[in-house]
Ligand binder design. Sequence first.
Ligand SMILES: [Zn+2]
Length: 193
Amino acid sequence: MLKSHVVRKIIQIGNPILNQKSASIPQAEIVSRENMQLYQDLIDTCEAEKEGTAGLSAVQIGELKRAYVVRRLDLDREDDANPIWEVMINPTVKILGNSKSIIWEGCMSVGTGKNRLFGPVARPDHVAVSFTNIQGEQQTHEFVGYMAHIVQHEQDHLDGILFLKYVTNPANLWPNSKLDKYLDKHNDFPTPL
Ligand SMILES: [Zn+2]
């Protein structure tokens, strides 16, 4: 039996583990008890996050393993009481097409609560992600827009990269509280400088 509702501590920026590359999970260990607990902990830790989140990588809870969880916002709604989470193990991301989109991203490892930082990130808008699921099956999903950003953001974590790398002007980084106020007032994100 897995221990449910284990909320793990999120590692914050400044800890060098976030800049390290995670290792592939060997085939024989993908559904090991220890790793099944890791996948469940990733989901439970996301669900416990009051400010909401769309994804979390194993490195962010201190395990340098190539696995992350993403919220399937293409299948459920942001205010849904029962979010759909998908665990992606040993994922690879393939970029499809040439179009890019700019979406405001934040990260559970880049500030907490009102001080979490958000910024506009340009990424390819259409990707295919191939991964092993928690049943040990190989899967491929295609994503566009916001979901494409989420998987690329999480995939970057596995290679030690934070989204801040793409926000070249620090004036474009907004704390959660300030961005929320702006969104309330303008109903749209600020124009990047
Ligand atoms: Zn992140």
